[in-house]
Design a protein around this ligand. Sequence first.
Ligand code: ASP
Length: 350
Amino acid sequence: MGKICVFYLAIIALAMSCDTVPGQNKSQLEMSEQTKAEYAIAIHGGAGTILKENMTPEREMEYRQALKEALITGEAILQSGGTALEAVEKTIHVLEDSPLFNAGKGAVFNNEGQNELDASIMQGIDQNAGAAGGLRTVKNPISAAIAVMNHSEHVLLTGNGAERFARDQELETVDPEYFYTERRWEAMLRAIEEEKGVELSESDGLEGKKHGTVGCVALDQYGNIVAGTSTGGMTNKRYNRFGDVPIIGAGTYADNATCGVSCTGHGEYFIRYAVAHDVHARIKYLNQSLQEATDEVVHGTLVNKGGSGGLIAIDKYGNVSMPFNSRGMYRGYARPGEIYIAIYDDEKQP
Ligand code: ASP
């Protein structure tokens, strides 16, 4: 009898000395010890071949200032007790209104010389979501996506229908000319030349590149996570092409129990590998940490399949992850007492 007792005591001691318990792995234990940040907000302004040698100091400063303005806008809302939804909408407005980024003003042109804008939003509290695709006159497409979520029984509206809906909702509309910028027009002309086999070199950051996008994820004081994404899509796109941005689960996803995600990159790959949802699913079903989940998707799945780009993500504790597999990504985050803004791949996140 005594021997049996000693045997069981030894087993219990062994189990207690292990750093995992059955059914719970290490990252889950680490996460359960964490406390939630009061709030957190992360943004991106697109990923691509963004090289310091192709950027003038003035242009770099403009990008950093625009990113900072967007972050500060969202942070002020979260700090004063505003909701993650409000913070994401207002932060993305700043990025959409800037001609620097491929969303809203500054969006790329399609093959017919038009701008077609896509956006989506998802809230983590109830998985409610909205998206709009192929908009031509809505000044801030993220607000159209929010209106679809809040004022329709649908998730995705596109083209003329989405335009009509936006007007019914009294969203601000503009003449399509508003979206014109010379550099995006030239980028489209270059892309058309390239298609004909003419060799062209990158001039400056993303400009010669075919894509870009803006996005924001926020965690508010009430534990709600919201993710939103807005884009002009890919330069020289045809046939009413949509990328990942208006596809919930591809470019955008949010669940208060796991994380919020906003993506940027070659949209077709992000659709095929359901990238934003995959990050969430890895946390939910594999108990991965946010860092593990985002790294495996961006540096594992996407790299193996040839999909370039990156994402920003915030988990329910306010941890922030911003991996990308391209040469750069316009990005930043803010938490109480902390602000980080970066562009190139050698700028380490603290
Ligand atoms: N993902 C966007 C698209 O494919 C473009 C980008 O983020 O760079 O439309």
